[in-house]
Each structure stands twice: as structure tokens, then as C-alpha cells.
Design a protein around this ligand. Structure first.
Ligand SMILES: [Cu+2]
Length: 194
């Protein structure tokens, strides 16, 4: 096809015509869209723990994730928060089947606890039914001691689903003291979004 014919066709197709140096007019591509690079080299995975943020780290080789849940981490929601998240605003995502070590530390002057709760609505006043086996702290209802009372939830991230992590002390979850925990069949590594 001659250039004379391509000109109007190009205009009909809506593509841009741009001058390309001394070669004169030539048909250019449509403006490039932002597409992910194809075949870009990726760093080879390295062994050892990876830090996601100040609260969460993981070891891919052993499929183990470790995170801290600070009850009343700051003053958000009047202290009814985990790591500053309340009313479901933060989400911890873990690949299905990984081993979870979740250390709960109560920074408050009043008792708090934690439970990975079956995803029921509304949030119960006194959460006591775990959505995942063994995913709750000691002193679920009366709460871990104020000022650094601590317990670790050790469990396997299964079944897949989206769960609240709520305080089990009556009234606290209803006051907004819950974030989200997602067990993902597709995620390859854990993540933490605020
Ligand atoms: Cu609480």
C-alpha cells in the first residue's frame, strides 16, 4: 500500500501522524497505554524473613507469617483499634494454608482481647465464635491485662475467607474494635493494607 493511501486510512482509524526526523511523515502508534512491562526480569527470591511493615513479617520458605496486633495502638476510635485500624479499615491478607503466629499486646488501660471471627453481620456484642480454629487469645471475654498483657494466637490460615479480627470483650467490637483478616487462595505472600 502506498503512503498516499495510508494517509486517509490512518486518519479514519484515529491514529496520530507524527514527523519522525529526516524520514518524513510516518504512521505512529496510538498513544501508548500504561500496561505492565512484559517479561521484565524479577529478582530471584531470597531466603529469610521479609518485613512487610512495622507489624508484619513472613518467611516464604516455611509459609509462616508473624504479626503483632497492638490493642489500642494509638488514640484512633478512642483506643478501640488494632494497630491503629478500626471498623474494618485495615486488612491483613495471608495465603491459604500458611502458619500464623499473631501476637496480641494490650497497650490500653482497660482489658482487650482478639478473635478471628466468623464473618457474621452485624458484629456481635460479645464475639466468641472463631471463624478459624484456635484463632483467639486467652481471656477472650474478660480481656488481656492492661499495660502490655499479651497472648499469641497460633493457627493455620484456613478455610479461605474474609473475617473480622475483633476484640472479644463485650461491647468493644460494636464500638469499632475490629479489622479484617483475609485467607486468600490466590495470594502468594502476606500483605497488610491500612
Ligand atoms: Cu477491647
Amino acid at each position: 500500500m502506498s503512503r498516499r493511501l495510508m494517509y486517509p486510512l490512518a486518519l479514519i482509524a484515529g491514529v496520530e501522524l507524527v514527523a519522525l526526523g529526516a524520514a518524513g511523515l510516518s504512521i505512529a502508534r496510538r498513544p501508548a497505554r500504561a500496561v505492565p512491562a512484559q517479561g521484565a526480569p524479577t529478582a530471584a527470591p531470597t531466603a529469610g524473613p521479609k518485613t512487610v511493615n512495622e507489624f508484619l513479617s513472613y518467611t516464604a520458605e516455611t509459609k509462616t507469617v508473624t504479626y503483632k496486633l497492638f490493642a489500642a495502638f494509638n488514640s484512633v476510635q478512642g483506643g478501640f483499634n488494632f494497630n491503629g485500624g478500626s471498623q474494618g479499615t485495615s486488612t491483613i491478607t495471608v495465603p491459604l494454608g500458611w502458619t500464623v503466629n499473631a501476637d496480641v499486646v494490650n497497650k490500653d488501660a482497660i482489658p482487650h482481647s482478639a478473635i478471628v471471627l466468623a464473618d457474621t453481620k452485624p458484629i456481635p456484642n460479645a464475639p466468641d465464635t472463631p471463624g478459624i480454629q484456635r484463632a483467639y487469645t486467652a481471656h477472650l471475654t474478660d480481656g488481656l491485662q492492661p499495660q502490655n498483657g499479651e497472648d499469641t494466637m497460633n493457627f493455620t490460615a484456613s478455610p479461605a475467607g474474609s473475617y473480622p479480627i475483633a476484640c472479644g470483650v463485650p461491647g468493644h467490637a460494636l464500638s469499632g474494635m475490629y479489622i479484617r483478616f483475609v485467607v486468600s487462595p490466590t495470594a502468594t505472600v502476606p500483605s497488610y493494607t491500612n
